[in-house]
Ligand binder design. Structure first.
Ligand SMILES: [Zn+2]
Ligand SMILES: [Zn+2]
Length: 131
């Protein structure tokens, strides 16, 4: 086994280059391969799981059951392209008074939120939008 402990660092390096906002597991594996890394898919998978546990990465769960991964950081919300699945960050879309109103209306205590809007990214928008 060629030094599996270093795969998490390779994953972090790749994500810090910032060529995408968020990555699927497949995109991470492909990105490492392109960079000439030798990590196979299962070591990439284990590295991502490890980085999630260490709070270096966060999951972005999308409504269709798919997941992308991003560097952990300040809270933000997302917009996803319905055509190419690209994901972009948005400033938080939920305002504190709305959360408090939702708590009063529901009787629940709200701990966190994740908003993912559907949209068309600029590239897909240029290529004919809604067909
Ligand atoms: Zn994000
Ligand atoms: Zn938010």
């Amino acid at each position: 086994m060629p030094r599996p402990a270093r795969v998490p660092d390779q994953v972090l390096d790749l994500l810090r280059q910032g060529t995408r906002h968020a990555w699927t597991m497949e995109q991470i594996a492909a990105g490492l391969q392109q960079a000439g890394r030798q990590a196979d898919f299962s070591s990439v998978y284990r590295a991502v799981e490890r980085l999630l546990r260490d709070h270096c990465l966060e999951r972005v769960a999308l409504g269709d059951g798919t997941t992308q991964y991003e560097l952990a950081g300040q809270h933000h919300d997302h917009v996803r392209c319905v055509r190419c699945q690209a994901l972009a960050a948005l400033d938080c879309l939920v305002h504190e008074p709305d959360l408090r109103a939702a708590e009063r209306a529901s009787g629940w205590s709200i701990l966190a939120h994740r908003v993912v809007l559907d949209g068309l990214c600029p590239a897909c928008r240029q290529h004919g939008g809604e067909d």
